[in-house]
Design a protein around this ligand. Sequence first.
Ligand code: ADP
Ligand code: ZN
Length: 431
Amino acid sequence: MNCFDQVEFADRAGIERIQAIRLKNTIYQATASRFYRGKLARAGIKLSDIHSHEDIGKLPFTTKEDLRSSYPFGLLTMPVERMVRLHASSGTTGSATVIFHTPNDLNSWADLVARCMHMSGVRPEDVFQNMSGYGLFTGGLGIHYGAERLGCLTIPAGAGNSKRQIKMLKDFKVTVAHIIPSYALHLGSVFSSAGVDPQSLHLRIMLIGAEPHSAEVRRRIEQIYGVKAYNSYGLSEMNGPGVAFECREQSGMHLWEDAYIPEIVNPETLEPVPEGEVGELVLTTLCREGMPVIRYRTRDLTRFIPGECPCGRKHRRIDRITGRSDDMIVLKGVNIYPMQVEKILMSIPEVGQNYLIVLEREGYMDQMRVMVEIRDEYFVEDMRTLQALQRKITALLREEILITARVDLVEHDSLPKNEGKAVRVVDKRDH
Ligand code: ADP
Ligand code: ZN
């Protein structure tokens, strides 16, 4: 048993008891902010209305627009002098939102991240390299303090500079790394060009997250590095990493219900979806005093995995995020998620580690072009073999997305790369 076990292995009744107390606390705290005082009063909510976790349904939702319109200090429950850190979302879908933390908030966050890492098998003896960007992005400091809290020797490597990353992995005999999945794939190809075998390192665990990725990408990462890779989910509005994480079963991410109340709702009606169905994840913070957020619409699509996890933890599991509701591509009346395309591409052995979806308009017709990097060893094949491969990819994609995409085979390492989250879709249609 470690110090996190008590809550980590709490039974449902225990979790729900904690939720009831913390939800009440959170509402009390939230009314100290200008934003929630107004919002809760308009919704007619009084503290005496909150008795159990089920009362969450009475509360109003909070959206990204709410956070933007009360930028920067509108959600603070205490004077800004009491805050010690701020983080901002990476602004993938518009301008950034800013989240403030008190020392207590940072403390609970570090505990949560340490609990996640411990659950996936990381131990104080491990040497840990954090390869995500530091700065405003929460994958840097958020993971960093969790790893230190657990007791690992923690290397704040930051993003990019692949040669240096490889040198540190080797020199310091790194056993655990945190890395964005698209970068893990790219780094794999830097290893091969540097003539170093990634499997010759000491790495045994990789924590991958911060962007949607398919099961096929995880499999590739595990194969390249000879590691176990665990999915890590979080968002700045809910601190950042530490919200949900995979245990060693690798079958969904336990969402820490002593720290968040999760709901999955139909994004149109905002009603809960039936258990096990996909919908939008809505989260309420239970352990944040400086800037609590109630029923935040994450726009991330997932489902609760029914049943219990063999590991014995009773915190419910969410499935791999299929994408954000605003990621959805609508083309010729068909709805497509980039993850559907990725799943197909990454299951084809000739396909390399990167791809890009380009949406174009030709005349009045929308077209999808999928640019696919091909592994070096296949790119030298003759024209006929390449054309056959192109036809195979087109056909497999059509089966999945019901649309005939144009498939361009391009050379390994020729598509643009991002240091942070990968940009998978470029929309060139004028709206
Ligand atoms: P931004 O919303 O600007 O990208 P954040 O850095 O807060 O800023 O990113 C949080 C978002 O990243 C989540 O809402 C989700 O869409 C995505 N994300 C984070 N972790 C994962 C993961 N493990 N799988 C899929 N998507 C993820
Ligand atoms: Zn489990």
